[in-house]
Design a binder for this molecule. Sequence first.
Ligand SMILES: [Fe+2]
Ligand SMILES: [Fe+2]
Length: 264
Amino acid sequence: MLIAQISDLHIQQGGKDSELIQAAPHLAACIRALNRLAPRPDLVVVTGDLTEHGQKEEYLLLKPILEQLDIPFVLIPGNHDSPATLREVFHDHDYLQSPSPFIQYAIDTWPLRIVGLDTTVPMRSEGALCAQRLSWLADTLAQAPDTPTVVLMHHPPFETGIKLMDELGLLTGRDAFADIIAPYRNIERILCGHLHRTMLCRVGPTVASTCPGTAHQIALDLDPAAQALHFNFEPPGYQLHWQGAQGLVTHHVAIGDFSGPYPF
Ligand SMILES: [Fe+2]
Ligand SMILES: [Fe+2]
């Protein structure tokens, strides 16, 4: 199985930084790049911050752009999203629909089981996994302990070293999450967003990773005394997670027009 991951689309209509960031054209360029891939991915996972403000108009702008994908895609919310509005606009995405206030799901369609977790807190930037969500995760993982599984969550379950993002990280439930996944050797990867750059960290029996943004990146700043957070326009990117004999292999891919390829 081949999974493409994109993240932090931040689609908005006008407003602060919209002209500078150009989220919609960047997403369209990303989708063109994904559609050109051969072999074609089986699935695109979109790991949150789909819109900037969680407004219905933003989801209505986002949906036709995402539907340009020639590949099935699944969504999870990020801190910039409104789970209720996301559900409303993407009403044709059955896995998003449930009576729960949280968007959590398991999809067993592909060789890799896809488990989506909702780390969002209404009107807050930081993430949380409350008892209700953790209990759902424990039950869901127990249903298929031998099936290779990928967990999607917007806020990564690890500190990144970018201090001001860590203050907006998964502040509640991280230890309990680690305890729940500890027995499961079948979790191939925990795929996250929120950080707008690629990072990897061992978490219990698996590896958690974050993905570049499709438009703007968060500036690399490991200064523990950093006073301000910045974004920049390092090349946007996506990740390809290829299932080989030893497990999932992750390729970082920059989006853009670069010279080459040249034969060796
Ligand atoms: Fe984001
Ligand atoms: Fe985020």
